[in-house]
Every structure is written in structure tokens, then in C-alpha cells.
Design a protein around this ligand. Sequence first.
Ligand code: OAD
Length: 239
Amino acid sequence: MKIKLNPKSQIVVLTGAGVSAESGLKTFRDNNGLWENHRVEDVATPEAFRQFPELVWKFYKDRYFQLAQVKPNPAHVALVELENFLGDNFNLITQNVDGLHFKAGNKNVIEMHGSLYECFCSDCNNRFLMKDIDLDLEIPVCSKCRGYLRPDIVWFGEIPYHLNRIQQIMSKLDLFLVIGTSGIVYPAAQLLPIAKSCGAHTVGINLEEPANLLYLDDFYKGLSGEILPDLVKQWIGKV
Ligand code: OAD
């Protein structure tokens, strides 16, 4: 369908690991189900952290250090262009913890699975920026209570962040755009059917068909860094 937006159009975008793939970050399920050679349950659950805190910290420290080398790609930049056009009528929900949407310049970003740039104490909940803690320690400790710090990542079995805010922005939207996510991790995967049931037009961009494809009105198969910039230009009337 041909879409034309005006600055009053209400848009919610949901992104997953695929939007950062062209920046050089691995997606979660592209390597026989292994994420950077680890099974997700070995590094992304509270049980893993209780049993093997050194391994879990090593994994996330590597991910954190990797961020210094990566830059936003044309898909991230196109989303900034969209936000510049729509202002507060643009909301971006991301499952990514890489901070690349902020780095690109987006402002209305909800990081529902946390952020690699932060951590908190597993005893007293005090929060810290990764850049302010001693990452030379195998298990960094809280400067307030000496408890173990943990990365601020929502692990499997934990409740995603900002669900109230997400519910609020999902209650008024004209267009829902979902990019680079396999559509199998809940509750994020539920947002597309919710948008559809609210009467929004739904658009997806993904390298392969996502699990919740049937809720998409328009589906573009391919690289988001190639598809999204042109799509945004059409939508905001720049071509
Ligand atoms: P997945 O790895 O499950 O899915 C990434 C999707 O992006 C796949 O369907 C790919 O085909 C697609 N893809 C890859 N490169 C692409 C590109 N250049 N352009 C467009 N699409 C591309 O990642 P998520 O769906 O984000 O949770 O995973 C959801 C959650 O599960 C993650 O947030 C993470 C994970 O375990 C936590 O860490 C809590």
C-alpha cells in the first residue's frame, strides 16, 4: 500500500537485532541458535548468572567493548529522519541493548530489554554506568554494599522494562513498523498483533519471514539498511 505520512501521524516502531546486523553486530538466532558461540540459556538467564557469574560477565563485557567499534547504519539513520518529521508522534521500542538508536540521534526510544551501557547491584539495586565500574574484576562489585553487580539486561524469565509506557503508546497509533526481529520472543512479539487489532496499518522489514508474518499488511523481505531509507523518504514525501 502507498503510505503518506503527515507530522500528526502516530507511529510506533519496534526493532530487533536485525536492525543492527549491518552495523556488524550478530543477531541472536543466526548461528545454529548460538549467540556469539553461546547458548542463550548459558548467558542470558538469572540462573546462569547465579551459577556462572564470571562467564556471564565475560560475555557481556565482550559485548560492551564491541560497542566502541560499531556505528549506526542507514536503517538507524532513516529512523532519525522519521522522528525528525513526526516529533513526539514517533515512538521507538527496541529489544536491542546496543544503544545504537540513541547513538544515531533518536530520542523517543524505549529499551525494553535494558542496556549494555548500564548495570545494577544484585543485592541493593544501586545503578551504575558500565564506564564507571571496574571491568577488570571478573565479577564487578557494588561500591555501596560490595554485592555482585549484574548487567542491566532483561534476561529470559524476567519482566521487560517500561510495559506501562508501551501500553500507553500502543493505544493510539496509525502505523506500526517492525524491523529485524524474528517475532518469537514475547511479549515483544505480541505488539504486532496488538497494533493490528487496534486498527493500525502494519509494515515489516526482515531478512526472512518473521513468525508473526500474518499480522503484517505489508512485508518487505531484505536488508533494513537498504529498504528503510527509501521507504521513509516515500512516506514523508521526500521523493
Ligand atoms: P533474532 O536474532 O531472533 O532475529 C533477528 C531477525 O533479524 C531475524 O529474523 C533475521 O532474519 C533478521 N535480520 C538479520 N539481518 C537483518 C537485516 N540486515 N535487515 C533486516 N532483518 C535482518 O533477534 P530478536 O528478534 O531481536 O533478548 O530477538 C529478540 C530477543 O531475543 C532479543 O532482544 C534478546 C533475544 O534473546 C534478550 O536479550 C532479553
